[in-house]
Design a protein around this ligand. Structure first.
Ligand SMILES: [Mg+2]
Length: 230
């Protein structure tokens, strides 16, 4: 755990947690097929996310990249964006019983530990709000969180984090110390652009070495490094 934090990891006033790869893994493909459904219906032929980077992206960013990859012009899909997002959320709502999540090691324990210390807990995620909330409900984690920064109005992760940061300050104080926790280089970059300290956790697709190379303030292999199983 190479560490460069101004205070111990559990003494911040508020936390911004990424969802996928940080708190949970989704073992279903409902969210994936929601993208395929919207992409295909807009293009008029079958499209999927092959060749598109989803990890660390936002839902709107994934649609943008997939349309670009398939050669669908922006002036075709951009004006329909609100309807496309609504359709994606509706797709996931309809298939909510198929959602299947695994909570990552010591996640519940870390969240409980921070709550007991009086911290405000939020999510800062590339997920659309309705979809991210469904995942957290399925995982049994939704009640742990006080607020959320979602991607409904934002294409860049940096902007999602800024909105979540503002919400965190409004629930605490303008001077509050806030820590971001995420599993991708994109999380590290978005946190730094908001002048926020970040803990990277190597429970997603990126290794400890890859994440350490992005120079987060602290890097752990999993939350078990923070709170060992007793
Ligand atoms: Mg993630």
């Amino acid at each position: 755990m190479h560490e460069n934090l101004a205070r111990p990891w559990d003494e911040f006033d508020a936390y911004l947690f990424d969802i996928d790869g940080t708190l949970i893994h989704c073992t279903d493909a409902v969210h994936y097929f929601a993208f395929c459904d919207v992409l295909s219906s807009t293009a008029g032929h079958a499209l999927n996310l092959d060749g598109v980077t989803a990890h660390g992206n936002t839902d709107i960013g994934i649609l943008r990249d997939a349309f670009a990859h398939a050669g669908v012009a922006e002036d075709i899909w951009r004006p329909q964006l609100p309807q496309l997002l609504e359709r994606m959320c509706g797709f996931v709502d309809e298939k909510r019983d198929e959602l299947c999540t695994t909570v990552l090691p010591q996640v519940k324990e870390v969240l409980l530990h921070l709550r007991e210390r009086g911290a405000k807990l939020g999510v800062a995620t590339g997920n659309l709000e309705r979809i991210g909330k469904r995942k957290l409900q399925t995982a049994g984690l939704i009640q742990m969180f006080d607020f959320g920064g979602w991607s409904d109005s934002f294409e860049s992760r940096e902007d999602v984090f800024r909105a979540a940061l503002n919400r965190a300050h409004s629930l605490t104080s303008p001077e509050a110390a806030i820590l971001v926790i995420g599993d991708t280089p994109a999380d590290v970059k978005a946190a730094k652009r908001n002048q926020l300290p970040i803990m990277a956790v190597a429970t997603g697709i990126y290794s400890f070495e890859e994440l350490s190379g992005c120079d987060p303030n602290v890097c752990v292999r999993s939350f078990q490094d923070l709170l060992p199983v007793v």
